[in-house]
Structure formats: structure tokens, C-alpha cells
Design a protein around this ligand. Structure first.
Ligand code: ADP
Length: 226
């Protein structure tokens, strides 16, 4: 399979064991949803190489990133992953342009990214001088400037106001098609998951739990009927 993320991992956490298998092909966005404390961020940290699973494998395009049987763990910087977190991860002392250029594999793509995400007009400002939504747009530029083989998004829109969030969601939906890499997107927002995702993976206490989604839908239906 071309550019597919495959994982099958277990990791003992404080109150339960994270025990998940997942396949996400290129051009596809898999939303990871579930209650707080379910293990979603830990999953992202394992895929990015920031944490190790106790058992199992993580691979992209057939290349193993983790293989606990062979004590293999490729470091985060060698995985070619683009990451966007809830809190922006920009360098405060660098301008928007320099923040993106710092991460860029190909410096010629910087201007194009700034234009695509509508932040070219603030390219010479520093993060403290722009809004939260703009900072998150720059964080997307920075993640994509790495020409990642995989995009990992951990609640990237949850600190934003509704209008900015809706706008950025639309952008993400468009670029997902163009990028043609697997995208894993953690969100607590089911509407966002339904709008963006090709596949929804529900996690509860570290395991796949599709029944959680049904419970949420039923709860929503009851709330709407009241
Ligand atoms: P979510 O992102 O779904 O809110 P997290 O992945 O942040 O959940 O955390 C899942 C649970 O695992 C939490 O109870 C957390 O305290 C615990 N946890 C997170 N990392 C570790 C770790 N390295 N070792 C043990 N427990 C952990």
C-alpha cells in the first residue's frame, strides 16, 4: 500500500492499556475522537516518536518506525512528520516568514504557503503581534513547510473562535486532497470529525469503542428534542 500509516500498538498507561490498531492511507483524514483521558494524545505522541509503545509496530509506507520486537524506534526528527498542536509552537523571536522558513525543506515554498493560508500580509510580524487564529495558520504553514510524509493534528482548532475554526477547517479539507499524505486529526468536536474525516476512530479507555459514538448521537438527539 502506498504511503499508508499502519499501527498496531499497546502501551500501559496510568489507568488502562492503550491497545489500538489503525490504518490510514494517503489522502485520507482519520479523526480520533473520544472522551478526555482516552489516550488520544498519547497515540499522537507514539506516532510522532515522542513516546514509545510497550509492544507493537508503527510503519509508514511499509517502513518501520517502531518495532518493539527488534527494539527499533526511529527518532521524531527522522520520521518526516508535520505536527500541529492546540497551542501554537512558533518561535517568539522570529517573524512569521522566518518561522516558516526555519522549518522549510525548500525555501521557495515559503511564500506560497503564506499565501495559501492567508498570512502573507503579516509575514514580517512576530507571533506576539498577530491573533491566535493567525498563529495557528502559521503553525500549519510551518508543519507543511517540512514537506511531511504524515500530518498529525492534536486539537489544532480548539482554542480558536468559531468563525476562525470554521474557516481553518475548510482550508484543511482542501489541502488534505492536495497533500496526498495520511492525516491523523484528534478532536473532541464530533461535528468537526464528521465534516473532515474519511474515517472516524473512536477511542475510549485506550481501545476502539464505536459504541461511544452511538451514545453521543443518542444524547444529542435527546438534547435537540428537549
Ligand atoms: P486524551 O488525549 O484522550 O485526553 P491522554 O493520551 O492525554 O488522553 O491521556 C490518557 C491517560 O493516560 C491519562 O489518564 C494520562 O494521565 C495517562 N498517561 C498519559 N501519558 C502517560 C504515560 N507516559 N504513562 C502513564 N500514563 C500516561
Amino acid at each position: 500500500m502506498f504511503m499508508t500509516l499502519c499501527l498496531d500498538i499497546r502501551k500501559k498507561l496510568a489507568n488502562f492499556t492503550l491497545d489500538l490498531s489503525l490504518v490510514c492511507p494517503a489522502g485520507s483524514l482519520t479523526a480520533i475522537v473520544g472522551p478526555s483521558g482516552a489516550g488520544k494524545s498519547t497515540l499522537i505522541r507514539i506516532i510522532s516518536g515522542l513516546e514509545r509503545p510497550d509492544h507493537g509496530t508503527v510503519s509508514l509506507d511499509g517502513v518501520l518506525w517502531n518495532d518493539t520486537c527488534n527494539n527499533l524506534c526511529i527518532p521524531p526528527q527522522d520520521r518526516g512528520v508535520g505536527l500541529v498542536f492546540q497551542e501554537y509552537t512558533l518561535f517568539p523571536h522570529l517573524t512569521v516568514r522566518k518561522n516558516v522558513a526555519f522549518a522549510a525543506v525548500d525555501k521557495d515554498c515559503v511564500q506560497e504557503l503564506l499565501v495559501r493560508f492567508g498570512v502573507d500580509h503579516i509575514a514580517e510580524r512576530r507571533p506576539a503581534g498577530i491573533s491566535g487564529g493567525e498563529r495557528q495558520r502559521v503553525a500549519f504553514c510551518q508543519a507543511l513547510a517540512r514537506k511531511p510524509a504524515l500530518l498529525l493534528l492534536d486539537e489544532p482548532f480548539s482554542a480558536l473562535d468559531v468563525a476562525t475554526r470554521t474557516n481553518l477547517r475548510g482550508e484543511l479539507k482542501k489541502i488534505k486532497e492536495i497533500l496526498n499524505i495520511p492525516v491523523i486529526h484528534v478532536t473532541h468536536d464530533l461535528e468537526e470529525a464528521f465534516y473532515l474525516a474519511d474515517d472516524i476512530c473512536v477511542v475510549e479507555e485506550g481501545r476502539l469503542a464505536p459504541q461511544w459514538l452511538e451514545r453521543q448521537k443518542n444524547l444529542r438527539a435527546v438534547q435537540l428534542s428537549q
